[in-house]
Design a binder for this molecule. Sequence first.
Ligand code: C2E
Ligand code: MG
Ligand code: MG
Ligand code: MG
Length: 282
Amino acid sequence: RSKDAGGGVFHAYEPQLHVAAEERRILEIALRGALQNDELHLYFQPVVDAATTQLTGFEALLRWTHPELGPISPSKFIPLAEDARLIAPIGEWVLRHACAEAACWSDDLRISVNVSSEQLHNPAFVSVVAQALSQSGLRPDRLELEVTESVFLREGTGAIRVLDQLLGLGCRLSLDDFGTGYSSLGYLSRTRFSAIKIDRSFVQAAATGGREATAIIRAVVALADSLGMATVAEGVETEEEHRVVAALGCDKVQGYYFGRPLPVAEARALMGVPTGGDSVAA
Ligand code: C2E
Ligand code: MG
Ligand code: MG
Ligand code: MG
């Protein structure tokens, strides 16, 4: 093994697979320290009413900035956290901070928190949510937990019971990234979702004249209506996309056109909440 071949940690002659495994190992070790070293923060992205564009709440999005590696995308470190059994402590941190922050806002605004299916397969998760609510004093119906269709892939693992218990606490559930995963309509009638979030890929395709995407959004809106659920169009980046999803009947919209995910101080400024307040999320 020649050390001068590549320099750094990775060797150019190693198969891609090994490089990926090595990178994962390094990230996993770094992620273990991220909580203690204060490297995690929440960003908040506005969610607005599709017809009036009035603010209805924010989605909390986790950010990790490693001192040397820089910002690492949640699409990269969340799956890693799930594999490394770090998702429980990280998820708990997210819930506590998101609820504490939202408790400082006007009480008609909701906070959405992403929950991965790994978290829902842990029965202790219900008490984590209950505690985040009681410690922050946040009214339970102001907390919306976002889950994806993948939750329903492993039936019989108790995740559906956990969802029912979360509803029992009084919080809301929404179905994230709808249409991108394994879709079975059966569970839509089994679990009481408040909202279906329509994935950005459909929004984009519909706004550029895609007939199938338009038909799918129309069908999802009709289905949601008849089940008493709201629809949220995700990833709206342009005025045209807003126009199209509003015309198709989506109730809420979220995306760069209305606001990028913001650090806590900027999210507060948007709402007129004084910064420097003492939410632990600051
Ligand atoms: P998601 O829940 O579907 O979140 C939406 C993603 O779309 C976010 O990516 C957001 O920054 C991005 N986005 C919002 N508006 C636009 C837009 O107009 N255009 C484009 N191109 N993108 C937009 P982000 O923050 O990188 O998060 C990626 C995923 O990571 C999330 O997808 C969610 O599944 C997961 N995630 C984020 N935070 C958490 C967390 O605290 N816990 C868990 N379990 N998962 C999280
Ligand atoms: Mg989400
Ligand atoms: Mg989504
Ligand atoms: Mg997503």
